[in-house]
Design a protein around this ligand. Structure first.
Ligand code: ATP
Ligand code: MG
Length: 313
């Protein structure tokens, strides 16, 4: 049974090859690239050599086989990935602008991804789970998917495992009140919270992200605040530390936060100090942005260790 489990949306990403070409214009696309925040996360966990399992639903089509196949080849246990007959795999069309912003069209709630439900979450699967990672996106795909996540959290906690939460919901797409409401049952019991700035503000209602992180740390949680190219800042009940990232050439930032989560949780379960966890996660996140496609840059354990060694760690 896997030690690190995640669940949620499986999708493919199809992206503009040219920048600044909006999605309402004719043009060319590249892809399909395997994607979906929880899938990117668990794939990175496996690439770091940890024991990983995933629960999700894809369509009985080539896009579904592409994503499931990638996870499996990278070492993720996909025995709980279901192929739903009569449904198509989720997909996202993405256009990039030169200012770094991204524009998406999602086919998700009405795709196979929206079918994930509590019945997909089998208690037996969690017997060896040391950590369950929940993504806010999986809480917002559909009511079914949300209930599946809540059930996984309940089971993990009952069996004594840890829960980590990355709210990864953008306040410009979904209201802060809604983010708070759907994340609340997970946040209440989460041991680790791994947000970026505007997300932790939405989650807590505290406008200053660092103050928001301190509040969660005072409640006993470990908080990893992701700060893009600058690195990350860690808050715990008895420590606050800024850990700078490494310099890389950014090609595609999509998925950096998910890969960072994977690095942090894998290192945490290995018993490393919080500073070491952040340094390790920063390198994973940094390497992940050096290739086009959400999962394509996900580094192997060897690549991460090599870069860490070259930095004198
Ligand atoms: P997303 O939601 O798009 O996956 P995010 O906003 O959750 O991203 P980021 O803060 O962009 O996450 O990235 C996660 C981590 O990866 C950062 O905290 C940093 O350590 C590392 N990282 C990301 N981009 C870069 C970069 N350009 N250079 C160096 N490190 C980076
Ligand atoms: Mg994020």
């Amino acid at each position: 049974m896997p030690e690190i489990v995640s669940l949620g949306e499986i999708l493919v990403e199809i992206m503009r090859t040219e920048r600044d070409l909006p999605l309402d214009r004719r043009g060319t696309f590249a892809g399909p690239f395997p994607s979906g925040a929880p899938a990117i996360y668990i794939d990175q966990v496996a690439k770091l050599g940890a024991s990983a399992g995933f629960i999700g639903v894809c369509g009985d089509d080539d896009f579904g086989r592409l994503v499931e196949g990638r996870l499996r080849e990278d070492g993720v246990d996909t025995s709980c990935v279901r192929f739903a007959e009569g449904y198509t795999t989720g997909c996202a069309f993405v256009a990039y602008s030169s200012d770094g912003s991204r524009n998406f069209i999602f086919h998700l709630p009405h795709s196979a991804a929206g079918l994930l439900g509590p019945e997909d979450v089998k208690e037996d699967y969690f017997v060896g789970t040391k950590l369950l990672h929940i993504m806010g996106s999986a809480l917002s795909v559909s009511e079914h998917s949300r209930q599946a996540c809540y059930r996984a959290v309940r089971i993990t906690k009952e069996l004594g495992g840890l829960v980590s939460l990355d709210p990864n919901l953008r306040p410009e797409l979904i209201s802060p009140e809604r983010i708070r409401k759907i994340c609340e049952p997970v946040l209440k019991v989460a041991d680790l919270v791994l947000p970026s700035g505007e997300e932790v503000s939405a989650l807590t209602g505290i406008p200053d992200p660092e103050e928001a992180c301190r509040k969660l740390a005072r409640e006993g949680k470990i908080v990893g605040l992701k700060l893009g190219a600058r690195g990350s800042k860690i808050f715990s009940p008895d420590l606050e530390i800024m850990v700078p990232s490494v310099e890389v050439r950014e090609v595609d930032p999509t998925g950096a936060g998910d890969c960072w989560d994977a690095g942090f949780t894998v290192a945490y379960l290995e018993g490393r100090s919080l500073e070491e966890c952040a340094r390790f996660a920063n390198v994973v996140g940094a390497l992940s942005v050096t290739e086009l496609g959400p999962m394509e840059g996900s580094p192997s354990r060897e690549e991460v260790e090599k870069l860490l060694r070259s930095m004198g760690n």
